[in-house]
Design a protein around this ligand. Sequence first.
Ligand code: ADP
Length: 207
Amino acid sequence: MELTHRQEQIIEIVKENGPITGENIADQLSLTRATLRPDLAILTMAGFLDARPRVGYFYTGKTGTELMSDQLKKLKVRDQHSVPVVVNDQVSVYDAITTMFLEDIGTLFVVNQQSMLVGVLSRKDLLRATMGNQELSEVPVHIIMTRIPKITVCYKDDLLVDAATKLIENQIDALPVVIDRQDGQEVIGRLTKTNITKAFVDLVKDE
Ligand code: ADP
């Protein structure tokens, strides 16, 4: 994160004099408290400063890496996930392969007639199916998919780092983002390794 000259001045003042009130920082810079408010908000949000009620601002002393790690830990699945691509459990393996190519994605989620999650199809699941002597337009995907209760899911309010941990631990590329319903789980998103990589790169770019 690129700091303005004034923000750097504020950090220096707080480093030297903290804990110090916003009023006092403003005095030292000959500015009004109102002018300073956005800078103080940014510095607090980014983790350079901390504010305690009735005490004032103090310098956290956190390094760039610690600050970035703090930001990463705050990210939620809801900020990063992609739209899901679902197929019905009765469609053929052939049609699922076509959908995967047309949609240009690596994981399809499979739903039943009630549009509730019942399975997952990865690239390798579909490749494997092509290796047998089966007629691909005759075999429904529910025969070859990974099915519930073996499916690992996440929720939009989960922390991104927790979802990323599930991807690593289960050695999979994507998680369905779901909402629990009475008759199953509705798929509302798709969280992939690419989403995690993008979140990471975005954070570094912001630095
Ligand atoms: P690929 O098989 O193309 O390498 P994955 O690593 O994502 O892709 O999938 C590995 C296996 O795990 C596949 O059989 C797939 O059906 C299954 N799988 C993928 N995603 C999930 C998930 N969210 N929950 C449970 N199983 C999954």
